[in-house]
Design a protein around this ligand. Structure first.
Ligand code: SAM
Length: 262
């Protein structure tokens, strides 16, 4: 996934806790770098939409460092979050609005927080971090359990790049970059179209020729499969967009934002 974080295990200078999964301290430390997903042009449209949908308290599954939750709270929305990684969650409080986000450490497939919410949201491809169908269904059920009747569950996730796979091939490169200093980076996804599992692979080579190879597991699901998960959890599709601007999904879309209603 080109917009997935280059996430992986310890590289030595950080004390990574295995309980933090794919987002330990070494990843959290560089997660909020400038540009990309943290750029205002990426964050503001999402926060605008979420603030517009909020009609009371909201809950973010996999809230991370508060990239979205903190600016949403800064707008006056009451935001709670569930997050697996203490290293990621620990960074939210330092941001404007972040201190107001109430984060519970836990797994979004099962962790419950008190209260009923007008909106539960799960952005930045993170439904795919749950690598089994049963686990993804559990996320939908857990979202529904936190919603009041009429409440909304919003998911932002990339569409699998399978149209770019010629017969017999399982790998789609998304970035090949090299610097004048001899360093470089290659990112590619590798798909198993039978299990719907895929890995996001990140090969980074330093100018001195040393390198590292990180491999992060995911599971893809087509929008139609997510609609069935929503129905299992007692929700129906209300909106499906290609992006935060509300544009229509087309055959060329690279991601979708889907909203189901309880
Ligand atoms: C790509 S980051 C997204 C964070 C944040 N939502 C954002 O938009 O920046 C994925 C986050 O999901 C968390 N995560 C992954 N699986 C999880 C699970 N089963 N339950 C709770 N958090 C999870 C990771 O620890 C990480 O912080």
């Amino acid at each position: 996934m080109s917009d997935a974080v280059d996430a992986g295990g310890s590289v030595g200078e950080w004390a990574d806790d295995p309980a933090d999964g794919w987002f330990p301290e070494s990843v959290a430390a560089r997660y909020d770098g400038p540009g990309g997903a943290n750029a205002p042009e990426a964050v503001t449209p999402a926060v605008d939409v979420l603030a517009g949908l909020a009609d009371g308290p909201v809950l973010e599954f996999a809230v991370g460092t508060g990239r979205i939750a903190a600016p949403l709270a800064a707008r006056g929305v009451r935001v709670s979050g569930i997050e697996l990684s203490r290293a990621m969650a620990g960074r939210a409080a330092g941001k404007p609005g972040g201190a107001a986000v109430e984060v519970t450490i836990g797994d979004m497939t099962s962790t419950r927080v008190a209260g009923k919410f007008s909106l539960v949201f799960l952005v930045f491809n993170t439904i795919s971090n749950v690598v089994t169908q049963d686990g993804q269904v559990a996320v939908f059920r857990n979202a529904a359990a936190h919603l009041r009747p009429g409440g909304l569950f919003l998911v932002e996730v990339g569409l699998p790049d399978l149209r770019r796979l010629p017969p017999g091939q399982d790998t789609v490169p998304f970035t090949v970059a090299h610097g004048d200093d001899g360093g470089g980076y290659v990112g590619f996804d590798q798909y198993d179209v039978v299990t719907q599992e895929f890995t996001s692979n990140h090969v980074t080579v330093a100018p001195d020729g040393t390198g590292r190879f990180r491999r992060v597991p995911f599971r893809y699901a087509w929008p139609a499969e997510l609609d069935l998960m929503a129905r299992i959890a007692g929700m129906r599709l209300k909106h499906r967009w290609a992006d935060w601007d509300g544009s229509a999904l087309t055959a060329e879309s690279t991601k979708h934002i889907s909203i189901w209603e309880k």
